[in-house]
Design a protein. Structure first.
Length: 129
């Protein structure tokens, strides 16, 4: 395998990683319907579960344990900080070349939730097919 081929493969991996990281962060921080959950509201519910679990029947205890596990995971996500600006820059640097290579259209990026402004910064145009 030539060094040019190896470099091209490494560049493809770098682009794919930048795209994946941005899209995962976009998905994780997408607004959800209903009342927004905060760290404080999740912590309050966790405290209530600790009280309820003492008097719960075995079946109810099972459900409370699962809810507690789900809430602890949600709390970790809420408290994790993501530098979306840095991820956007990686996306901007990689998206056009990655999209060209993989045949990804403007409409596909948009349907996934990537903003028109970010696509414009990346050099991806609406007329792209």
């Amino acid at each position: 395998m030539s060094s040019a081929h190896k470099e091209a493969l490494a560049e493809g991996r770098r682009q794919g990683q930048a795209i994946r990281k941005y899209l995962e962060a976009l998905e994780a921080h997408r607004p959800k319907r209903g009342r927004k959950r905060t760290s404080e509201s999740v912590e309050r519910r966790l405290a209530l579960i600790d009280e309820e679990i003492q008097l719960a029947s075995p079946l109810d205890r099972l459900h409370l344990i699962q809810e507690r596990m789900d809430l602890q995971k949600e709390l970790e996500t809420l408290q994790a900080s993501v530098d979306l600006d840095q991820l956007e820059e990686g996306f901007v640097e990689s998206a056009a070349a990655y999209g060209d290579r993989k045949g990804i259209t403007y409409a596909a990026w948009r349907e996934l939730g990537v903003s028109p402004d970010l696509l414009s910064r990346a050099g991806i145009k609406r007329t792209r097919s």
